[in-house]
Design a protein around this ligand. Structure first.
Ligand code: NAP
Length: 249
């Protein structure tokens, strides 16, 4: 029970990595706010799973790229639980298109959700954490956002994740000493987001990965648990890569 009684807000928690994080955190005793924008039935089924293990959750529909919806979401969390201990900025989108095929709409939506969404949620939650004199923010970035991997992935996505890593460091500077802000940079993780990969592309990725497989959402969740727990109390402004050693040779 490493998160006993902590209140955790996970954006995009209905599916994929966010769902695995929300579930693991609930298993560790946290009260989990399950944010979703479209996946209502998936979010509701997660709330049911959490209830079945004796946990507590709150479902909140909000598009993280819209400031009015983010404000309303945070207000609902405070009305229900009175505090927020951990924010996981996980919500993300990826439009499969090469640079030349990408459109202005794809660029705008990717930056709005992946980068502005994390900014808006952090801006709304930070004053609450500062008043508590404690809090943790965890941003789910990507190896695509790291300089050594920036050729991976498509352009708007890679830029949004590089920006998210920049946001992580900027928030760590601005919100210390009370709030720890860190990022996780996953490699390829088996979720809906990468379901468009062709078998050939998957084979190449596995070939480039030292551990010779793709990752599972639960493997990212375990690192998020470390960053949410007191075991990481002296870590801030860092990026932890969870990629099975992709692109190291
Ligand atoms: P996924 O299965 O496609 O899930 C994406 C999640 O983001 C969904 O829960 C979705 O919720 C939510 N979301 C999208 N737009 C949103 C919005 N405007 N407001 C609120 N929620 C929104 O993908 P995933 O792999 O779990 O991705 C989770 C995070 O990990 C993303 O930030 C992604 O970039 C990052 N990541 C993934 C991989 C990978 O290989 N899978 C690698 C590196 C990083 P709704 O369905 O309700 O919209």
């Amino acid at each position: 029970m490493r998160l006993k009684s902590k209140v955790v807000l996970v954006t995009g928690a209905g599916r994929g990595i966010g769902r695995a994080i929300a579930k693991l955190f609930a298993q560790e005793g946290a009260k989990v706010v399950i944010n979703y924008s479209k996946s209502e039935s998936e979010a509701a089924s997660l709330a049911k799973e959490i209830e079945e293990i004796g946990g507590e959750s709150l479902l909140v529909k909000a598009d993280v790229s819209k400031s009015d919806q983010v404000k309303e979401m945070v207000k609902r969390v405070i009305d229900r639980f009175g505090r927020i201990d951990v924010l996981v900025n996980n919500a993300g989108v990826l439009f499969p298109a090469s640079f030349l095929d990408s459109t202005e709409d794809m660029w705008n939506r990717t930056i709005d959700v992946n980068l502005k969404g994390a900014y808006l949620c952090s801006k709304e939650v930070a004053p609450i954490m500062l008043s508590q004199r404690k809090g943790k923010v965890i941003n789910i970035a990507s190896v695509c956002g790291l300089a050594q991997h920036s050729a991976l992935g498509n352009t708007p996505y890679a830029v949004s994740k590089a920006g998210l890593i920049g946001l992580t460091r900027s928030l760590a500077v601005n919100l210390g000493p009370y709030i720890n802000v860190n990022a996780i940079a996953p490699g390829v993780i088996d979720t809906d987001m990468v379901s468009f990969f062709t078998p050939e592309r998957k084979r190449m990725i596995i070939e480039e990965t030292l551990l010779k497989r793709v990752g599972r959402p639960e493997e990212v969740a375990k690192v998020a648990l470390f960053l949410a727990s007191e075991e990481s109390d002296f870590i801030t402004g860092e990026v932890i890569t969870v990629s099975g050693g992709r692109g190291m040779r």
